[in-house]
Design a protein around this ligand. Structure first.
Ligand code: HEM
Length: 200
């Protein structure tokens, strides 16, 4: 986990500074863009979590992580329902297609967990985004913001547990290299997707 953090720090800084992310944290994103953001995250999380289910069935090392408790597909569906959006009409944008291809092509648990790490870690900053949007939109509750703040006060503890459980797995050197590479690729793909959403 130390390697993942250090070796993706530069790419995190790039992702965080993308106009879409700035609009999210600044509370200036409009409802249309927020809906599109959630729709494309839904496309990706659905695939990622289906792949994680398969990995759980085939690699016993993942059992302690409690991955299903971290899944986001249902949370996004709740947020979309709150916005009155229907998942049946969602089409993957180019950037999401790229992420889907990465997930489908992940040839190992290590690669898959490199991708998973990026989305799991993003919950840390997303809590601040949820607060910011709630304030900007004059909301007293976090309805419609479940994806951004799925765990509330439990977030910190869950992240620490994820870090400990990941570190407790005896990943080989080659697996660590593959995981870091996959995480980097994921950050790049998310930045590209964010730009696509922001432009369109
Ligand atoms: C407005 C945008 C963002 C802000 C303000 C932000 C902020 C943060 C902060 C403050 C942390 C550190 C949490 C802690 O350890 O206490 C963090 C961690 C992290 N964020 Fe972001 N973030 C943003 C966007 C993103 C995006 C778009 C992604 C990727 C989808 C991402 C992925 C991660 C990851 C993987 C970590 C964990 C780093 C580690 O290994 O410790 N973040 N973020």
């Amino acid at each position: 986990m130390g390697r993942l953090k250090t070796e993706t720090a530069e790419l995190h800084a790039v992702a965080e500074a993308k106009p879409l992310e700035e609009a999210l944290i600044g509370g200036s994103i409009n409802h249309g863009q927020y809906k599109k953001y959630l729709e494309q995250r839904w496309v990706v999380h659905r695939e990622l979590e289906a792949a994680a289910d398969r990995a759980l069935a085939s690699d016993s090392r993942l059992a302690a992580l409690g991955l299903p408790g971290l899944y986001q597909t249902r949370n996004i569906e709740e947020d979309l329902a709150h916005l009155g959006a229907d998942t049946a009409s969602i089409r993957a944008m180019g950037g999401s297609e790229g992420l889907l291809a990465m997930i489908r092509g992940a040839g190992s648990t290590a690669v898959l967990m490199g991708i998973f790490y990026v989305f799991e870690g993003s919950k840390n900053g997303a809590r601040y985004i949820a607060k910011s949007l709630a304030k900007a939109w004059g909301k007293a509750d976090l309805q419609g913001l479940k994806y951004l703040d799925p765990h509330g006060e439990a977030q910190r503890g869950l992240w620490m547990k994820f870090r400990e459980d990941m570190n407790a797995i005896a990943w080989s050197e080659a697996e660590q290299d593959a995981m870091v590479e996959a995480a980097k690729e994921t950050f790049r793909a998310i930045s590209a997707l964010d730009d696509e959403i922001h432009a369109g």
